[in-house]
Design a protein around this ligand. Structure first.
Ligand code: ACO
Length: 321
């Protein structure tokens, strides 16, 4: 028997307002053709003032709890991965805890931008296996629209808002169910290639997203292909044995190039970037929830999650559903 973190349920939440490329082109100097050709993005959801990282995260968490057949009181650990918290402090995880009505438990945020969900899953996996909690809520939730420079067409067309959540439960298993391996990386020397030009300790403002798009693209393909190779080697499996890849949804061209490098057919890659754009830490759990709910990802499947983002940070996880 081995103690592992098992995927017990998934959930997601999107803001009410959906904005098409054509609608965006009415206020930004861009076009549907340019955005689709360079990124694959067609729509993004944009949060209204009453929709925040914590409220979206809580809505996704409630869905995941329901799917897992658990109550808020069953949860011993809440981790929210976000780069856009409601407040500088307290952690959005404590706000989610209050919104879902979970009693005393461990709750904190993880900041690793687009790789945040992978970092959070890895931390939760370790804490569950070492007995810190029996059930964990791991949430990626973002309101990137609040930190976009809407005058900068090179960044503002790329992002959207949303949240995804999973319940991970510690179980003693005899088979290979659960999280089998995780790998995380960071290379801080590239921190000025994708960053926000503000913060409490520097400008005292929230700031806006700045990015050297071509450099990010180049590093993303190299790093993602390499970390996927690492996790698969960790579990002694090859790319052909993967049933589904759930990648970070930044850009269809990055996703296609990474899959090609690994020889993975596009039919086994879950794609939501066309509908959601890049929702940063929310993108992987949002895509995972969609593919679980529409029946593509099912019990017994071998699933690989991967993401890369500002820092640079990147990571991957392999799990048997
Ligand atoms: N609409 C119309 N034209 C635009 C837009 C826009 N929204 N943005 C830029 N352009 C123009 C530029 O001004 C430039 O014009 P010029 O040739 O007259 O100077 C032209 O399009 C080409 O610009 P590039 O920046 O060279 O375009 P590129 O092909 O590199 O595509 C993109 C840009 C889509 C940002 C690409 O570099 C990319 O996807 N990079 C990865 C970035 C990313 O996904 N970041 C997300 C966060 S990181 C992560 O999650 C992995």
């Amino acid at each position: 028997m081995t103690r592992r973190a098992i995927l017990a349920g998934t959930g997601s939440a999107l803001p009410r307002t959906r904005v098409s490329n054509a609608e965006l082109a009415e206020r930004v100097d861009t076009s549907d053709e340019w955005i689709v050709e360079r990124t694959g993005i067609r729509f993004r959801h944009i949060a209204e003032p009453d929709e925040t990282t914590a409220t979206l995260g809580a809505d996704a968490a409630k869905e995941a709890l329901q799917a897992a057949g658990l109550q808020p009181a069953d949860i011993g650990l809440i981790i929210v991965a976000t780069a856009t918290p409601d407040n500088t402090f307290p952690a959005s995880a404590t706000k989610v805890q209050a919104l879902i009505g979970a009693p005393d438990c461990i709750a904190f945020d993880v900041a690793a931008v687009c790789s945040g969900f992978l970092y959070a899953v890895s931390v939760a996996d370790a804490m569950l296996r070492t007995g810190a909690a029996r059930h964990a809520l791991v949430i990626g939730s973002e309101t990137f629209s609040r930190i976009l420079d809407w005058e900068d067409r090179t960044t503002c067309v790329l992002f959207g808002d949303g949240a995804g959540a999973v319940v991970l439960s510690a179980e003693e298993v005899e088979d290979d169910r659960g999280i089998l391996a995780t790998r995380l990386h960071a290379e801080g020397q590239y921190c000025d290639m994708l960053y926000v030009d503000g913060g409490p300790s520097t400008t005292g403002t929230v700031g806006h997203v700045r990015m050297q798009g071509r450099e990010v693209f180049r590093h993303a393909v190299t790093n993602l292909a390499s970390v996927l190779g690492e996790v698969m080697a960790d579990v002694g499996l090859s790319a052909e044995q993967i049933d589904w890849v759930v990648p970070h949804q930044a850009n269809k061209r990055i996703i296609d190039a990474t899959a090609k490098k690994l020889g993975l057919p596009s039919e086994r890659v879950v794609l939501t970037v066309d509908q959601h754009a890049n929702t940063s830490a929310a993108s992987v759990p949002l895509a995972l929830d969609l593919a679980v709910r529409d029946g593509r990802i099912k019990r017994g499947d071998l699933v690989v999650l991967e993401a890369m983002g500002g820092g640079f940070t990147w990571g991957a996880a392999v799990l048997r559903i």
